[in-house]
Design a protein around this ligand. Structure first.
Ligand code: SAM
Ligand code: SF4
Length: 334
């Protein structure tokens, strides 16, 4: 099918490669209470607060994505989204958009500060939370994140008790946690906590990514076969490929490097400073904060969004290697 020549002015957000956008990831802050080796620069410089979108600005943009552009799912991320003091209010205000088409509100968090707010977040309207945990051994967890594992585990318990759907995310890096992957998987299995391994992406703030450090999907599956029977499940619109372990446990692998899912990508990203990124690997975003603060109306903002997304690149599938750009993962929102 040939792509239409003109940028659509109505209907769901689409790019010229025929991909519709149903999901928006919103970074609430560039700040973080951990310092994961694979994400944060060694000496992070936090952005001035006035550059970060205020709650009213953020909710206005999300409302536009939902009502005018067909977005159905929001994922709050960061930095660490729980460092926003108004995070529960943000969720509550987004919850009010459900009548307008929003179907799901999710969060990705390191969970270190989750336990005290898990029930409030659920009551405010949060549906599910992906929690990052790259090792189940306290000493190794600290080496990787510069933080304690105990509050993270408490956060997981609190999230489940509050009725949130919980999934675990773990970045697999050769030489850093390869020997931890099977223990983590066994632990998740016994806890019945769905787990997804993420291939290490060339977006780290320290520039230490290289191809050899990527533990590929095939290798992770071979590791899982050492302990479980592995049955592949059909691919869905999700970025993860899933398998069933011993006929009951869902293990996901996000094979961004070895088997990119770019051709079916249905997500776009809003940075903490209000820049719209069409792709996680985009070299630059489109500034929405300036027109927003200068009084642009919804129509002008929607048109700027449509134009930017229309020109979305093919993605990682058509490039490779390290991504050199001023914005790193913790600012853009992973
Ligand atoms: N602070 C939250 C957390 O850690 O879950 C949310 C932000 S974090 C940037 C979002 C996700 O990106 C996490 O699951 C993290 O593991 C992942 N991530 C960060 N840097 C990565 C990298 N270089 N390669 C693959 N995944 C990465
Ligand atoms: Fe913080 Fe998440 Fe990045 Fe770790 S991955 S440094 S928790 S933003």
């Amino acid at each position: 099918m040939n792509a239409p020549l003109a940028i659509p002015t109505l209907g769901p957000l689409r790019d010229a490669r025929g991909r519709s956008k149903r999901k928006l990831r919103v970074s609430l802050t560039d700040r973080c209470n951990l310092q994961c080796l694979y994400c944060m620069p060694e000496h992070p410089k936090w952005l001035p607060r006035e550059q970060i979108l205020r709650r009213d600005e953020l909710v206005r943009l999300v409302r536009l994505f939902v009502t005018e552009l067909g977005v159905r799912e929001i994922r709050l991320t960061g930095g660490e989204p729980l460092l926003r003091r108004d995070v529960v209010d943000i969720v509550a205000e987004l919850h009010a958009l459900r009548g307008l088409g929003l179907e799901r509100i999710a969060m990705t968090s390191n969970a270190a500060r989750l336990a005290p707010v898990a029930a409030d977040l659920r009551r405010a309207g949060l549906d599910d939370i992906n929690i990052s945990i790259d090792s189940i051994t306290p000493a190794r967890f600290r080496e990787l994140t510069n933080g304690d594992i105990a509050p993270v585990q408490a956060g997981i318990v609190a999230a489940r008790a509050a009725g949130l759907t919980v999934k675990l995310n773990s970045v697999a890096i050769r030489g850093y946690n390869d020997d931890e992957l099977l223990p983590l998987l066994r632990w998740a299995y016994t806890q019945d906590l769905p787990l997804r391994f993420i291939e290490f992406m060339p977006l780290d703030g320290r520039g230490f990514w290289n191809r050899e450090k990527v533990i590929e999907q095939a290798e992770i599956l071979a590791m899982a076969r050492q302990a479980f029977t592995v049955t592949p499940l059909p691919r869905t619109a999700e970025p993860a490929d899933y398998v069933l372990l011993d006929g009951r446990f869902r293990l996901g692998i996000i094979p961004t490097i070895s088997n990119p899912f770019c051709s079916s990508c249905d997500r776009v990203r809003l940075s903490a400073t209000g820049e719209l990124y069409a792709c996680l690997f985009s070299a630059a975003g489109r500034d929405l904060k300036t027109p927003l603060r200068e009084g642009a109306d919804d129509q002008a903002l929607a048109s700027a969004i449509r134009q930017h997304i229309w020109h979305k690149e093919a993605g990682y599938a058509e490039r490779s290697g390290y991504v050199e750009r001023p914005i790193t993962m913790h600012r853009l929102g992973g």
